[in-house]
Design a protein around this ligand. Sequence first.
Ligand SMILES: [Zn+2]
Length: 452
Amino acid sequence: MTARTLVRNGIVLPLEGRKVVYDPGSVLIEGNEIVAVGSTEAIDADPRSAGAVIVDATSHAVIPGLHNGHLHSGLLRGTAESMSLWDWLEAYVDPAHKALTPEIAEAASMLAYTEGVRFGTTSVMDMWRFMEGSARAADAIGIRATLVPYVADLPGFDYFETLDSNLALLKSHRVASDGRVRTWVGLEHLLYCSPAAFRRAAEMALEYDTGIHTHSSESIWEVQESLKQFGRRPIEEFYNRGILSDHTVVAHCVWLDDREIELLARTGTSAVHCPCSNMKLASGPARIGDMRAAGIAVGIGSDGEKENNNLDLLEEMKFASLLQKVSSLDPTVGDPWDILDLATLSGARALGLDAITGSLEPGKRADIVTVDLRQPHLTPLLHGADFNVPAHLVFSASGHDVDHVWVDGRLLVEGGTVLSVDVGAVMHTAQGAAEELFERRRAVLEAKAKGS
Ligand SMILES: [Zn+2]
């Protein structure tokens, strides 16, 4: 008989597109699937609940797992602060890329996915390097992961991944770990990749029936550079290079004009909003409301540890709401229900995973998070007409309040403790890998100084 777990008597927000709440409510898991969602009374009466392992979720929010639609594993946290975007890339991020080894890259993914799952992230899209190690990390931790190698091919960027290494990862990991791990085609950036690389990326994605992920329109400078070099704005140039489609996800999308929003919508291309990164690097506010109104699937992402600096999507939701409010001078936008949608169902839709996850519905995979609401910063907890849990989740809670996390029906976090890996060992390995990376990075910078 398949194992059953009853997440019982919580405050269940299925987030399947309507503002439905079961308070009190329960979710019944069988194997890797959700088989019932409803009021505590109704699920208790379901004969399938008999004999299930019960997890008491009283005074806990029960929500779908969160989707981090744009992440870079990494170990530069807290070391590259207060620089302009392009100085930061050239002086800091790129030398660290040159110094990276497969072992250091794997330690970074272990750390990033461990942090993510601890904070309620059940699915990541990670643009990183040497991603066979990332696949191993995702497999060990149990998180859902879409692996996107950082591909660049223009002169001066030969230290990144190549389309050939991306192809090798597609061959070995197109789908792995019972479907939880997938590989897409990655393109770092319009200004790092040739038109030929874009064309080949589109062909590879088609041949392997997989997606494409890239960055765009993050800074005004980048839009001006695109106009200067190609005579088109970045999203128009993407269209021209043939990569816009319902299999493509573009991170940032800050500086889009109306025509570019229309192009994303018409081609079915998705966007991922990274509010913390956009604020920290002073990129600007993305037009989330306009993109959603146009029908674009918008997800939410933390971006990397170096531009956030944590991978806490509950905190990211607060920034997503506040950034919309302050940039539009309109306090009515960034409603908690809308923001929860970005991190759950809309995020899953952006990643092409909404058929199997993103909401609490029978038949979907059991990717479930509980958030302990019995905390001073989450008091008062009000029900019925004064219901305040969506606002608590977006504005008051943080990843530290996450209590239980399941992915594919497997319990990965219990009472705030990660079960699938030894967190102390993950941190220890990451610490050693970071120290080695900084040593190697110093050597890269010294060699560059001598050469110039
Ligand atoms: Zn990024």
